[in-house]
Design a protein around this ligand. Structure first.
Ligand SMILES: [Zn+2]
Length: 454
């Protein structure tokens, strides 16, 4: 496993103990008494067996006495990837879950999002959301912000300052009949998106990128969708939006875009489905639409807490995987009430079990498969799997140090358990008290060191 040719940078630190991660072939791979070295550029320099410590220390030139030994209830796992979260809805997370999607947007969401033109309010909420998600082990987040360019730029800056890997989108919407002050003209949306992208890219953040973000088909005119497809293409950018979340929405899309064969076809027509696109939900997509996702390389973000909370639908993940469509998990705060990806893991298992209750022939997802979706699957859905998602030499070290028996934590270990059981217990019962350290690109980002005051 060791490959000294891959990295020329010096070794910054080495961990020894149990590591768990996923590969394309294996949903859960466990390595016990293993060594993992991270170089000064934050990349995984080597992974090897503990008994080869002497040899590895000579090849990679580190001192065996400086190796950090994990305890018997600890393991390292890849960081969690939240493929869909609305940073500006975090202020009302845990409330307002009593209406279906379209009424929920008009009643709760749009009035709150319109407040983000106030930069101080934005700073307060965005600092909380970045800190909270990092504490919860989200090393990569794909954020929706609001329509406000400067506040969205601020979200990018805050994610960068705290060291989170982030895709950040200024929301585009030129249609909103219910909250008329919360929308843009086509021209504004176009110009502000271009300004957002330029100013964001000018910052040259190492881990944060802008993402083109039409809210969803119902909020955008054809002209705007077309322009956004062009902007994404010309700048080779990520794209995010929503699709096929609830049935009322799908019916309205059909009425508003009668020329399109399906909801998927609306986005496809305006070049918004690419191998850098992630679409949230997709609860009600047909097999034919999934085939278009496969063909274009676009991915889905499964957000089960939101799908339950707004009574939107139950995505059949097994069917999506059968169509070989890339899929990650998302919290979809605040339609989903929890900002923790551990909750997304649990709700994904629940959703799969509901499908099995309805049809005993349905093959329920295993916890190992859902673990993969929350880590490697998410990185694939965001087209970042060349950099993150699992422990491969050459990738960035995005990781959680988990202590299942953390003092004062939520888990009581009665027996001595193997690593697979420890992981299962953490996924089902754990919380941030079990997440002792969080690393993004080799840098320890939790516990926090507060960013310098400006
Ligand atoms: Zn959403």
């Amino acid at each position: 496993m060791a490959n000294p040719d891959k990295s020329s940078a010096a070794i910054a630190y080495v961990y020894r103990g149990t590591f768990v991660h996923s590969t394309q072939q294996t949903a859960l791979q466990v390595q016990e008494d293993a060594l993992l070295g991270v170089d000064t550029e934050g990349k995984i320099a080597f992974i090897g067996e503990g008994k080869k410590l002497e040899a590895l220390s000579q090849v990679f030139q580190f001192s065996p006495s400086e190796v950090t030994q994990l305890t018997e209830h600890e393991f390292l796992m890849p960081g969690l990837v939240d493929t869909h979260i609305h940073a500006c809805q975090y202020s009302y997370a845990g409330t307002a879950l009593d209406l279906p999607l379209l009424q929920w947007l008009n009643t709760y969401t749009f009035p709150v999002e319109s407040r983000f033109k106030d930069l101080e309010f934005a700073r307060r909420v965005y600092t909380h959301v970045v800190k909270r998600t990092l504490t919860n082990g989200t090393t990569t987040a794909c954020y929706f912000a609001s329509i406000h360019t400067d506040a969205t730029l601020l979200l990018g800056q805050i994610a960068n300052d705290f060291g989170q890997r982030a895709l950040v989108g200024k929301v585009c919407m030129d249609r909103n009949d219910s909250v008329k002050h919360y929308r843009e003209s086509i021209q504004e949306s176009h110009d502000e998106t271009c300004r957002f992208i330029k100013e964001f890219l000018d910052k040259k953040y190492p881990l944060a990128k802008p993402v083109v973000t039409p809210r969803f088909a119902l909020s955008c005119s054809r002209e705007l969708l077309e322009q956004l497809g062009k902007i994404a293409k010309n700048n080779n950018l990520h794209i995010q939006s929503h699709i096929s979340e609830n049935k009322e929405e799908i019916q309205l899309v059909k009425e508003l875009f009668p020329e399109s064969e399906s909801y998927t076809d609306v986005y496809h027509k305006y070049n918004l489905l690419t191998d850098k696109t992630v679409m949230a939900h997709g609860c009600h997509l047909s097999d034919k639409e999934l085939a278009v996702f496969k063909e274009t390389g676009a991915s889905l973000s499964h957000c089960p807490n939101s799908n339950f909370s707004l009574c939107s639908g139950v995505l059949n993940v097994r069917n999506v995987l059968k169509h070989k469509v890339k899929l990650g998990l998302g919290t979809d705060v605040a339609g989903g009430y929890s900002s923790s990806m551990l909750d997304a893991v649990r709700r994904t298992l629940d959703a799969s079990k509901i499908l099995t209750i309805q049809d005993p022939k349905h093959e329920t997802l295993s916890f190992e498969e859902v673990f993969r979706l929350a880590t490697l699957g998410g990185s694939q859905a965001l087209s970042l799997d060349d950099q993150t998602g699992n422990f491969e030499v050459g990738k960035d070290f995005d990781a959680l140090r988990v202590n299942v028996a953390a003092p004062g934590g939520p888990i009581d270990l009665i027996h001595s358990e193997g690593p697979k059981t420890l992981l299962e217990k953490f996924l089902n019962l754990g919380d941030d008290r079990n997440i002792v350290e969080v690393f993004v690109a080799g840098k320890k980002v939790v516990p926090f060191t507060e960013p310098k005051a400006e």
